[in-house]
Design a protein around this ligand. Structure first.
Ligand code: FAD
Length: 402
């Protein structure tokens, strides 16, 4: 273990950033035979974006690289203790596979939903169900009568991404240096030669930049990333007082028409909604908008639209039962991560840009990163190569993000 003192004089590879992406990178780089050192400016791991996530994991995507990435990640999470070679009783990441339900009140959505399920099936994701409104309500009686169509995958769910990050770091065996800010990636003749921190310089030829929304600050070249604020609400019920219960057996329930979504969380719920906002510079901490709670709980487009119990419950929640938090998605134009070498600096590896999917994507992404670093897979065939935007032909994703 490292600590808070001086950093080592040299390292085989330095990972900058101790969120889930950096921690997973440490694990897979170590498993590939390297000896990484992890450097984090905060006093502990997983205290920034990772800490304010909704921690949801799903394979329900419709692009081949995303389906493959999330499928691999879910398999890693499902066998976490075995993959990390940790005792099972020490490797509980709270994985709950209660499913993901995308539901719509718009009859015109039935055809696109059916097409997406067919596409997913063609991609090997053959356990996504297309359901009509009655079948959705038979399974989840809390769903509004107006819902007419939806898709459901029972194997999707959520977990504790902070715990997963801690365990990735522990299982990596990598020295972890917290309270250590990286000030500069030192370059000589276009090659990485070191990492300058506020506790000294580490000589190295290899650096993984896993600083989430802050990656642009150290990359030394323009990155196609845009930090975008996203907010989350945790509802903790202190007693029932005759109020409607939050169905704890329910899935992650997404209003596919508005994007508002909620899931059970420790007897209460976790709620999120990607409201339209302009991207801005990276920062931490990220201030939440106090109006967000009222909006997501009481607005006609909020969670009460397809889960009407929220309409009864929302006005009866005490302020102390609501906790609001915010962070930043690290968006890329196609909403897929940047995993691979930087354009201008040999030895600098980018691992960021998960566009709101870094909990679910990072195990697979980190495995890929490690394979790239040790040369086990070629740079060219990698669908997440950072250079893809400069090559042209990348399909820019729609504005709505989950
Ligand atoms: C409200 C919200 C809900 C979300 N819901 C989901 C979800 O349900 N599922 C999902 O998969 N994803 C979700 N995400 C996205 C997910 O949380 C992120 O993709 C993921 O946490 C990114 O991890 P990271 O390690 O890249 O970033 P971070 O967790 O931000 O880690 C980066 C680390 O780098 C450190 N750092 C930065 N600069 C320096 C420096 N110069 N020197 C040293 N250290 C530095 C920071 O302190 C930080 O600890 C959500 C995000 C938000 C905001």
């Amino acid at each position: 273990m490292g600590g808070q003192g001086a950093v080592p004089a040299s390292a085989e590879v330095v990972i900058v950033g101790g969120g889930i992406v950096g921690a997973a990178s440490a694990f897979f780089l170590a498993r590939a035979g390297l000896r990484p050192v992890l450097v984090e400016r905060a006093p502990a791991l997983a205290t920034a974006t990772t800490a304010v996530s909704a921690h949801c994991v799903r394979a329900q995507f419709s692009e081949p690289e995303n389906v493959a990435m999330m499928g691999e990640s879910l398999a890693i999470f499902a066998e976490f203790a075995a993959v990390l070679k940790l005792p099972p009783d020490e490797a509980d990441i709270g994985l709950r596979r209660q499913g993901y339900l995308f539901a719509s009140t718009d009859p015109d959505q039935a055809a696109p939903f059916a097409a997406r399920v067919a596409l997913q099936s063609a991609l090997g994701l053959d356990d996504v169900e297309l359901l009509d409104g009655d079948e959705i309500r038979r399974r989840f009686p809390f769903v509004a009568p107006e819902v007419v169509t939806g898709t459901f995958r029972a194997g999707d769910g959520w977990l504790d991404g902070c715990r997963a990050a801690e365990l990735f770091a522990r299982a990596s065996g990598a020295p972890v240096h917290v309270n250590t800010e990286v000030l500069e990636i030192v370059r000589t003749g276009g090659h990485v030669t070191g990492v300058r921190t506020d506790r000294g310089t580490i000589a190295t030829e290899s650096v993984v930049l896993a600083t989430g929304p802050f990656a642009g600050e150290l990359a030394g070249e323009p990155l196609p990333i845009a930090p975008l604020r996203r907010q989350r609400l945790i509802v903790s019920l202190h007693g029932s007082d005759g109020r409607p219960a939050i169905p704890q057996g329910g899935p992650l329930t997404i209003d596919a028409d508005t994007g508002a979504h909620w899931r059970p969380h420790r007897g209460g719920a976790l709620i999120a909604w990607g409201l339209p906002e302009a991207p801005g510079p990276p920062h931490w901490p990220v201030a939440a908008d106090p109006a967000f709670a009222d909006l997501v709980l009481k607005d006609p487009r909020g969670v009460g639209r397809i889960s009407p119990f929220w309409r009864d419950l929302a006005p009866r929640l005490a302020p102390a039962e609501i906790a609001l938090a915010a962070g930043q998605y690290t968006m890329t134009p196609d909403h897929k991560p940047l995993i691979g070498p930087a354009a201008d600096t040999v030895g600098l590896w980018l691992h960021t840009g998960y566009s709101g999917h870094g909990i679910m994507g990072s195990p697979s992404g980190a495995r890929l990163l490690a394979d790239l670093v040790v040369g086990r897979v070629p740079i060219e065939g990698n669908p997440f190569r950072p250079g893809r935007f400069a090559e042209g032909g990348v399909v820019v994703a729609e504005a709505v993000v989950l």
